[in-house]
Design a protein around this ligand. Structure first.
Ligand code: PLP
Length: 427
């Protein structure tokens, strides 16, 4: 925390919460106008609360911002960041398509009303089953990640007169400053094809009876805090010739901490489209696939404090943990946190989860104000890549999602029940 004055500290912390988050007269956080304490009482903890207006507003900034800069364009939400039927519905209502990367995501996107023609299927190991599901559903674009994808699709279409739009995913040879586990555009990435192999795929697709090569795809990674690597990636694919469609991926970073300063959506779009104007055909259609930057900042996880252990370190242990937030263990992502009705700093604590792993920390060294057992803890910026990787470690029930809007909460995904643990048993 940077500011020493308590009210400045509170303001700085509130800035990490969805826009419009405020405190009520008792000092309790109001998320989407809903009292965090009442949300926890109604829906339990841990719970992911999403500010619906925050998602809609960022979706609109992407759609309107890209259209203003490049009229023939489309925004496709990278749904792996928060794949749930209600979120697909909301995103579709705002005019976005969806990037899907697995059978379950196709199922939820269809249930949420996403136009299959505006879906883009990704994956470095798409199975025959998933490819068949996508083709059957009418998914508009399948991204070719390897030459085996071409073989599989050719086999699927053999003997038919059908046609499928495809893009070739190209490795641009760009390494942005982000965690190694989420950097995907460097030459040793498992995703996509290097320029020579991409040329081979392009040549094969040009001779295909069923696969219509629409263009190229590139994605350099996630939580990228600087516009320059995106520009470099556009320049790299510009060198592969002229195509009708260029999908420039996602990757814009979110603001998790006081010191994070990601480019705004508009600055990012300025950089992308300026590069596109320099090196891509002016008649091309541009697509982008934002995930994290669209939903991360709308999410707040509410956890209940189960234990406060004071010693060399003050451990504040909560009822959530790495079963609903793997970002810390996987990528060392830094989060901030506060007691929901005593916002601000005070005592230096480490917030840990309830799991049987020493690495199950949610926030290492964060100031909490007088933390006590039974308090409600709020962790902002947990909308992306948290619940999507939720798991049942140590018998944890995966948490619910509550959409909060104008003071009205809506439960859109229920918490798992203990019965769910034996529901798939056959014996
Ligand atoms: N496109 C592809 C192909 C991805 O794999 C991802 C996620 O890594 C994204 C888009 C979205 O990235 P982000 O959530 O960082 O915007």
């Amino acid at each position: 925390m940077t500011a020493n004055n308590p009210s400045e500290r509170t303001d700085a912390l509130l800035e990490l919460f969805p826009p419009g988050t405020e405190l009520n007269a008792e000092g309790m956080l109001l998320l989407g106008g809903c009292d965090a304490g009442e949300l926890a009482a109604a829906f339990g903890t841990p719970a992911l609360v999403l500010d619906e207006a925050a998602i809609r507003s960022r979706a609109r900034r992407y759609v309107d911002g890209l259209a203003a800069r490049w009229p023939d364009s489309s925004v496709v939400w990278a749904s792996k960041s928060l794949p749930h039927t209600a979120i697909y519905r909301l995103i579709a209502e705002e005019g976005l398509g969806a990037d899907v990367s697995g059978g379950g995501e196709i199922v939820m996107a269809l249930a949420g009303g996403v136009d299959p023609g505006r879906m883009v299927l990704h994956g470095n190991a798409k199975t025959d089953e998933e490819l068949a599901m996508a083709v059957h559903a009418g998914v508009g674009t399948i991204v070719i990640d390897n030459l085996d994808d071409i073989d599989r699709l050719e086999r699927l279409f053999d003997g038919t007169s059908a046609e499928q739009g495809v893009l070739v995913r190209v490795i641009p040879g760009v390494l942005p400053a982000t965690h190694a586990a989420i950097a995907t555009g460097h030459s040793s990435s498992k995703f996509g094809l290097g320029p020579a192999a991409a040329k081979e795929a392009i040549a094969r697709l040009r001779g295909s009876d069923h696969l219509r090569l629409d263009g190229l795809h590139v994605h350099i990674g996630s939580q990228v805090m600087d516009a320059e690597p995106f520009t470099a990636a556009v320049e790299a694919i510009g060198r592969l010739g002229e195509f009708a469609v260029y999908n420039l991926g996602g990757g814009l970073g979110a603001r998790y901490t006081y010191s994070d300063q990601p480019p705004s959506i508009e600055t990012y779009l300025d950089a992308l489209t300026a590069a596109a104007r320099r090196v891509l055909p002016s008649t091309a259609r541009l697509m982008i696939e934002p995930g994290r930057s669209l939903v991360a900042e709308a999410g707040v996880t509410l956890d209940r404090v189960v234990s406060v252990k004071r010693g060399e370190i003050t451990f504040v242990a909560v009822d959530g943990g790495m079963s609903d937030n793997l970002e810390v263990s996987l990528y060392g992502q830094r989060f901030e946190a506060t007691i929901a009705d005593r916002v601000g700093g005070g005592e230096l604590c480490t917030v840990v989860g309830r799991h049987c792993e020493a690495g199950d920390q949610l926030v290492d060294r964060v100031e909490l104000r007088d933390p006590r057992v039974g308090d409600l803890l709020a962790i902002p910026v947990t909308g992306a890549y948290c619940l999507t990787m939720a798991n049942n470690y140590n018998g944890a029930r995966r948490p619910p999602i509550v959409l909060a809007r104008d003071g009205a909460p809506r439960l859109v995904l229920r918490r798992e029940t203990f019965d769910d643990f034996t529901r798939r048993d056959l014996d």
